[in-house]
Every structure is written in C-alpha cells, then in structure tokens.
Ligand binder design. Structure first.
Ligand code: NAD
Length: 327
C-alpha cells in the first residue's frame, strides 16, 4: 500500500523504516491541512500525527487524492473529524496504547522538577550561584494527588505515585478496577479539586472535557495547587491558568501540551518571534515548565507506534478489521 506520512520527522523515518518491506512510504514534512492534502496524491493511506488537522476540508482533499485509509500514529484522535471521515468512507485506526509509561513518567518528571525547582537549580549552578533561596520544595510522600482520567496512563501514574507514598484521588466516568486495587479513591471532580495538592490530567479531549480546568475550577482548588497537563492542551483554559498563576492560586504549572500548540510545537522556532502572547506570558513564570509535546517520546513508544501502525496498515491492505479502528 502507498502511504503518505504527514509531519514526518527524522525519528519517524527511522522507526517507520521497518514498514517499508510491506508498504511504500512517502515521507512528507508538512502538516496535513486542506492545502497540503494533495501531497498524498496516488496514496491509498495517510499516516497522521497529533497536529495534522484532519478536518472536513483536509479529509475531502485526501479523498480527492485517492486516500481511503487513515493510520494515526497517536492514541488521541481529537484532530480527526470522525463524522466527516465516516461520510467520506474512510477507515480510521489509531495506536491506542503504545507506552503509557512514557507519558506517565514524563508527568511525574514535571511534578518532581517543579516541586524541587530543578529547572531553576540547573540554570543557577551553571552561573556559579549555589544559593538555595527560592528552591524550597515539599515531600511528595503523604501529599494528595488527584488524577483525572484513570485509563492506561492515569493508572501508570497512580502506580508510580503509590510508590512515592502519595494519597491518590481520582475522577473518571468509569472506575478502573486496577486503580481501585492500588487504593485509589474515586471522588467527584469538585472534591478532587478541593483536596488535591497536585492535579494531573489524563482524560481525552472531548466536548465534555474542553476547558475542564477553567476559572471556576481553579477557584475550587487548594491555593498553591500544582497542575500537570500531559494530555491535550484544550483541557486547560490558558488565560484562566495565567490569572491563577498571577493570584498564586496555582503554585506550579507543568504543561506538555498547549491549546494552540499546532503553530508552535515540533518545529525549531528559535530564530522566529513568537506572536502568541498568551504562550509567551506562560514562559515568564518561574513556576511554570512547558515541554513541547514530548511526553510520548521514548524509544520504546516510537517502536510500538511503528509496530501497531504497521499492523493497522496491514489490516487495511488485507481488507480485514482492526481492533484499533475508530468507528
Ligand atoms: P485511555 O483511553 O486509556 O484513558 C482515558 C481515560 O479517560 C478513560 O479511563 C476514560 O474513561 C477517561 N475519561 C473519558 N472521558 C472522561 C471525562 N469526561 N472525565 C474524566 N475521565 C474521562 O487513554 P490513555 O492512553 O490513558 O491516554 C489519555 C490521554 O493522554 C489521551 O487521550 C491523549 O490525549 C493523551 N496523550 C498524550 C500524549 C503526550 O505525548 N503528551 C501521549 C499519549 C496520549
């Protein structure tokens, strides 16, 4: 099968190379949108990443180019208009759980770095400043951590934090028995907000979870709360978070994802002027760490993404159903 791989980076080529035995891979650097869709001309499948915009326009463009299958190199699929995909006759498959540990470990890395001010200590020591002023942290042991979304990643976070000796609260529309056996206590969102020292988001972005952390939610939280978002940017209303940081309601903010990341992340922007003033404001806070959607980025995860993407493409080529298909 001929496959147009959008948003292809050097690491995608490295890990997807194994698929070249069965499929003809066309690596395309641009992100998918209406304008770039014709680059897939003559391909039966398009392989997409999180910031490829598979809206109705782009999907129509892909359909006109002959594409009938979408193989997502991600677990999240909020970037795909599934209604339009169905109407246009696409089969769509994702990689549901390539390495929950990669994302969970990154979420915990953000917690620890923010708590112990590792980002500030690193810069200080390199400047010969060994003062400890402003670096005071807290023990994670016995702290209450609220996990929103206890699927694969939320469960992996709970397992790690159980080892740290944290008290674990959770909110999910479905209780996960594996989390219950770890001793996680399911509570409603309001209680999770009001009792947690650290809140970490691991639910998908849906109309129900859009701006889950907004001004009202922040007003219910413990003053000085730490918020971690490694899920999807639009779970957090960024201007509301900035207000929360200014009033010190939010004591620490760790983000691997950002609502408007599509125009920023995955590219070297260091020679350009960032015109997103909201994002620029975020970067001015000493108690904010932003990473550029790298939580998934481990060798283990990329190998698994390539393996499952290969399985999805094989199923498309054979005309057989795939368990990873989105219907
Ligand atoms: P999962 O499907 O295993 O778990 C998601 C959980 O969220 C489920 O338990 C589900 O019941 C729950 N949920 C759904 N709607 C909810 C709601 N309204 N309120 C509370 N909980 C709700 O998914 P996962 O593999 O754990 O991934 C979680 C999210 O992490 C993905 O949706 C994706 O957005 C994000 N992610 C980010 C990265 C990254 O690199 N930063 C990588 C992979 C996944």
């Amino acid at each position: 099968m001929r496959v147009a791989v959008f948003s292809a980076k050097s690491y995608d080529r490295e890990f997807l190379a194994a698929l070249e035995q069965s499929h003809e891979m066309r690596y395309l650097e641009p992100r998918l949108d209406r304008m770039t869709a014709p680059l897939a001309d003559g391909c039966e499948a398009a392989c997409l990443f999180v910031n490829d915009t598979a809206d109705r326009d782009a999907l129509s463009g892909l359909a006109e180019s002959g594409v009938r299958f979408l193989a997502l190199r991600s677990a999240g699929f909020n970037n795909v208009d599934l209604d339009a995909a169905r109407e246009l006759g696409f089969r769509v498959a994702r990689v549901p759980g390539y390495s929950p540990y990669a994302v969970a470990e990154h979420a915990v890395a953000l917690m620890l770095a923010l708590d112990r001010r590792i980002h500030r200590a690193y810069a200080r020591v390199r400047e010969g400043n060994f003062s400890l002023e402003g670096l005071l942290g807290f023990d994670l042991r016995l702290r209450t951590v609220g996990i929103v979304g206890t699927g694969k990643i939320g469960h992996a976070v709970a397992t790690i934090l159980r080892g740290f000796g944290c008290r674990l609260l959770a909110y999910d529309v479905h209780q996960n028995p594996d989390c219950l056996s770890l001793g996680v206590e399911y509570v409603d969102l309001d209680r999770l907000f009001s009792e947690s020292d650290v809140i970490t988001l691991h639910c998908p972005l849906t109309p129900e979870t859009y701006h889950l952390v907004d001004e009202q939610a922040i007003s219910k939280m413990k003053p000085g709360v730490m918020i971690i978002n490694t899920s999807r940017g639009a779970l957090v209303d960024t201007p509301a978070a900035i207000e929360g940081l200014k009033t010190r309601m939010i004591g620490h903010l760790g983000l691997d994802v950002y609502e408007e990341e599509g125009d920023l992340f995955f590219e070297d922007q260091s020679d350009r002027v960032i015109t997103d003033d909201v994002f620029s404001r975020l970067l001015t806070f000493p108690n904010v760490i932003v990473t550029g959607h790298q939580a998934f980025f481990t060798r283990n995860a990329l190998s698994e993404i390539a393996r499952v993407t290969g399985e999805n493409l094989d199923a498309f080529a054979a005309g057989t159903p795939s368990l990873n298909e989105l219907t």
